[in-house]
Design a protein. Structure first.
Lengths: 291, 395
């Protein structure tokens, strides 16, 4: 019993290569390819109003949102299945579920369709502590669980899931820093990611919510610059006044709580010993003694 | 001739309600005919009031209706402030301001005509009606049972969502407990600083529990997968990447519009089919039985068919009576009411009577008290043999 290869509770193994907890959900080459493909589809799903060429099949404001609202759930399911196949043990599942519950409990603190910044605060820190794969799945699972809890399942949900998944994965991809610099980096990232997320979601329902007989509306097949200008005007009059204070608040929250929360997450990750291969050895003295 | 007794209350399969709503929503999205839109709203509202339970999610219909009102307001305000000039008689003439050049040279203000305002109202109503259809599905379908129908390949992710759903209430309780403890010690429990001091214990609590839960799940065999042959695994990966790649190429073909036609929609559809097949193949690694699966029987088929009828009626109208789905919305009384679309939408009302009544939470809790009173009923009581309480659960 004494020579167990599993580190004991609360004590990091002395041979740990780095202080950083290794990624809990390793992204293999196949998962990476699937992730990149789905992200490319996601870029089209968010950005088609700006990208569609005149005369293309997508340049109708009515059909494209419906197409993507049905297509994205399937693609998210495929990529999540691929990530899960790479190895999702009970510890990862439990950690995902509990952190998603915390996120869903934080969600009502923010308001509005795009107002999920209190969630981002947790998402950014967890994605940082546990790596991009975990951050991606956590983002999708948190928003899904929150929608189920508040009975808010709608066509916006796949877009929110993909956006939050990107935010979580991006936090895991940030360069390695330690101490105050890390927290400052994460705070800046949280603010920028929150703003970008708000913009992307605005873009996803912009052709939908403003009629085409208005000067801040999407004009199908117009040049990129003209549509972009109109989109910025739309954002300016609708949501920018809420988005900026919320981004600042998220950054302040990360600055205030980043260090202790990161420490708590990393400690839990070490205690769960995600990377330790479990091996059983026969006791050296022949037959085991009875207790 | 005796009346058939009403079917016993049970919750309909959540997928049936979603399919019904997904049939009703296109009936709204395809038209700007205000009469048809109001009819869809009435149908959705009636079915919700007739068949919703008293569960918390059943109240979400009202939330979606309010969201719809907000959408109508945004539409109308955007039209009045940023509207382009439209024909019709001028109601109000607002002072006009030119916007900077980067905003594509738009204008602010200007004359507002009755047709422009009516168009904005009807377009907002269209979105609000679609939201109401989705809200109806949210109110009628049990989200937790919906989760039980996720494909087998998403088993682990599904378990994570279930964990999240069952932990969230205890998270809220945890926050309240820690705040109460802080108040008792005479410390502030509000404000930005207190977030830090409350959030930390809550998070530590949550992480502790997740480790305990993981140990419990591990010891009960959760997260175990059957050994999948290498060939199946390779097939799954190939299908996944091919499906995603096909979808991407198809979408680019649609976006570009200049390439060969085969690069667009056909490639996209092929990619979607292959991606769905990969999901099925990935499910081969999960061997599990399902605890009390939801039945899919007559009422579910009827509900789905009613939703499909609404969509079909709209399609028939769009093919036979061109222009009836997009009439000039003003004046209102001159707007026609196309027959096929109306009948289709009215068919979608049938689930309000043809489905079993919903299972009430309060009734479930009351049932043990009510049962003894029902037993002495002579019509039910078997003459000689004693009826065991479990036998009446059947049917």
């Amino acid at each position: 019993m004494s020579d167990a290869a599993i580190p004991t509770d609360g004590v990091a193994p002395a041979t740990s290569p780095a202080l950083r907890t290794r990624s809990q959900l390793r992204i293999g080459p196949r998962s990476l390819a699937a992730l990149l493909l789905v992200s490319a589809v996601g870029v089209i799903a968010f950005g088609w109003p700006l990208l569609a060429q005149p005369g293309s099949g997508l340049a109708h404001a009515t059909d494209a949102p419906l197409l993507f609202a049905l297509l994205l759930p399937l693609l998210l399911a495929v990529v999540l299945a691929q990530l899960a196949e790479g190895g999702m043990d009970a510890k990862t599942v439990a950690m995902l579920g509990v952190l998603a519950a915390v996120g869903a409990a934080l969600r009502p603190l923010g308001t509005g369709v795009a107002g999920v910044e209190p969630v981002f605060f947790l998402l950014v820190l967890a994605g940082r502590a546990y790596g991009p794969g975990f951050g991606f799945v956590l983002g999708a699972v948190t928003l899904f669980a929150s929608a189920l809890l508040t009975a808010g399942v709608g066509p916006w949900l796949p877009f929110q899931m993909l956006g939050a998944a990107w935010v979580g994965a991006g936090a895991g991809l940030l360069p390695e820093l330690r101490g105050r610099a890390e927290v400052a980096l994460l705070a800046a990232y949280a603010a920028v990611a929150g703003l970008a997320y708000g913009l992307a979601l605005n873009l996803s329902f912009w052709p939908f919510v403003i009629g085409n007989a208005s000067t801040i509306a999407f004009v199908a097949g117009d040049p990129l610059v003209d549509n972009l200008g109109r989109f910025l005007a739309f954002t300016l009059v609708t949501s920018l006044g809420f988005d900026i204070p919320r981004a600042v608040l998220t950054a302040i929250l990360v600055l205030l709580t980043g260090r202790p929360i990161l420490r708590a997450l990393r400690r839990a990750g070490r205690r769960a010993a995600f990377d330790t291969p479990v091996s059983f050895q026969a006791p050296p003295g022949g037959a085991p003694r009875s207790p | 001739m005796t009346r058939r007794p009403p079917p016993p209350p049970r919750a309909l399969h959540p997928g049936a309600w979603w399919l019904w709503a997904l049939g009703l929503a296109p009936a709204a999205s395809r038209t700007t005919n205000p009469w048809l839109l109001l009819l869809v709203l009435a149908v959705a509202g009636h079915v919700v009031t007739a068949r919703r339970s008293d569960a918390p999610w059943a109240r979400s219909f009202v939330v979606f209706l309010k969201l719809g009102l907000i959408v109508i307001a945004i539409r109308v305000v955007a039209q009045t402030l940023f509207g382009t000039p439209a024909p019709g008689s001028v109601l109000v003439d607002l002072p006009e301001v030119g916007l900077p050049a980067w905003a594509a040279g738009g204008t602010l203000g200007g004359p507002i005509t009755d047709t422009a305002l009516a168009g904005a109202l009807v377009d907002g109503l269209r979105l609000a009606t679609m939201l109401a259809c989705i809200g109806a599905a949210n109110a009628l379908a049990n989200p937790k049972r919906l989760l039980a129908t996720v494909p087998a390949a998403l088993y682990e992710v599904g378990v994570a969502v279930v964990v999240a759903l069952s932990f969230a209430p205890s998270m809220v309780a945890s926050v309240q407990r820690i705040r109460a403890a802080r108040r008792l010690r005479g410390r502030p429990d509000r404000g930005l600083r207190s977030i830090v001091t409350v959030a930390m214990p809550v998070l530590e609590d949550a992480l502790e529990r997740s480790l305990a839960l993981a140990a419990a799940m591990d010891s009960r065999g959760y997260g175990r997968r059957a050994t999948v042959p290498a060939r199946t695994r390779r097939l799954t990966t190939t299908l996944t990447l091919l499906g995603l790649g096909g979808t991407l190429v198809g979408l680019y073909g649609l976006l570009d519009g200049t390439g060969p036609a085969a690069l667009g929609l056909p490639t996209l559809l092929l990619g979607i089919v292959v991606a769905a097949a990969s999901l099925r193949s990935a499910g081969a690694g999960v061997t599990r039985t399902r605890y009390r699966p939801d039945p899919w029987s007559g009422p579910e088929w009827l509900t789905t068919a009613a939703g499909v009828a609404a969509a079909a009626g709209t399609i028939v109208t769009s093919l036979t009576v061109p222009g009836a789905l997009d009439p000039a919305p003003w004046p209102l009384l001159a707007v026609p009411l196309p027959a096929a679309a109306t009948v289709g939408i009215l068919v979608a009302l049938l689930p309000a009577w043809l489905t079993p009544p919903p299972l009430m939470m309060t009734a479930v809790r009351r049932q043990p008290r009510r049962q003894p009173r029902r037993q002495p009923d002579p019509a039910v009581e078997a003459p000689a043999t004693s009826v065991s309480p479990s036998s009446e659960v059947a049917a």
